[in-house]
Design a protein around this ligand. Structure first.
Ligand code: BTN
Length: 264
């Protein structure tokens, strides 16, 4: 498209009207699939979220996409790619709608307290070697109404745009948010940030994530396999881990993928 400025992110792509899950499809691609390949669909029939949840992916309403990456990194650095993706989505939303979302650590993009985008990063690694990483991004773009069980926790760009009414949104003829433009911006920003990440410039990425964080300074409940505890989120370290402080003053690093965080 006219807006895409990337060298390799999204240049090779697989587009489908309907798939079970773009992440599942991306994970089944052959190992010689080029770095940065995109799987994108108008609809997912079995969209997946974190911790085994499903992800609503109605036809033509959102951006349901996965990127196939082959970074030369250690497996323990893969969670940073989730931060790269979240930042790319924030910047893209800002440039297309004028709205600046927040980031709920580690992977939710939030507007007005509700989730507009979720990210599911899946790693395939053996020993110290990453075979591939699939980053799945789901953005609620033109959804007008959510089912009752989601309406307090989920939102869409269209809903928020109508509330705030910035003059920046590039709408298509029906008054909807232009998904193609938004997609191109996500890919453009993702490539810039991913290149930074690969060259080791993680500090800038973390700094921006911290500025946008809606989690820092808040009481959180850390939910682990063995139970959970309450703490205050105080920092994000250079691995992307959340630093929390417990009532007794002790600090602990919480790693994405191992825990889930709830506001208290
Ligand atoms: C979450 O917030 O729990 C993560 C949601 C991730 C949804 C996206 S939509 C595209 C990709 N394919 C999937 O099945 N899931 C991700």
């Amino acid at each position: 498209g006219p807006y895409l400025k990337t060298k390799y992110i999204g240049r090779n792509y697989i587009y489908r009207k309907s798939v079970d899950s773009t992440n599942t499809m991306a994970k089944s691609l052959p190992q010689d699939t080029p770095e940065g390949s995109l799987v994108i669909a108008e609809e997912q029939t079995a969209g997946r979220g974190r911790t085994g949840k499903s992800w609503e992916s109605p036809r033509n309403k959102g951006i349901w996409m996965s990127l196939y990456l082959k970074p030369d990194i250690l497996p323990q650095d893969a969670p940073l790619i989730t931060h790269v993706a979240a930042l790319a989505v924030v910047r893209a939303i800002k440039s297309v709608t004028g709205i600046t979302p927040g980031i709920k650590w580690p992977n939710d993009v939030i507007i007005d307290g509700k989730k507009v985008c979720g990210i599911l990063t899946e790693l395939n690694a053996e020993m110290d070697c990453v075979n591939y990483v699939v980053v799945g991004i789901g953005i609620n773009v033109n959804t007008e109404k959510f089912p009752d069980e989601l309406k307090d926790v989920a939102t869409s760009l269209l809903i928020e745009y109508r509330k705030i009414g910035t003059h920046k949104a590039r709408n298509d003829t029906k008054g909807l948010i232009d998904r193609k433009h938004l997609l191109a911006e996500v890919l453009n920003h993702f490539e810039m940030l991913y290149e930074k990440f690969l060259s080791g410039e993680v500090a800038d990425i973390i700094r921006e994530c911290k500025k946008l964080s809606v989690t820092l300074g808040k009481s959180v409940r850390i939910i682990t396999k063995g139970g959970g505890f309450d703490a205050i989120a105080v920092d994000i370290d250079d691995r992307g881990a959340l630093i929390v402080e417990r009532e007794d003053g002790s600090r602990q690093a919480v790693i994405a993928g191992e825990v889930s965080v709830r506001g208290v």
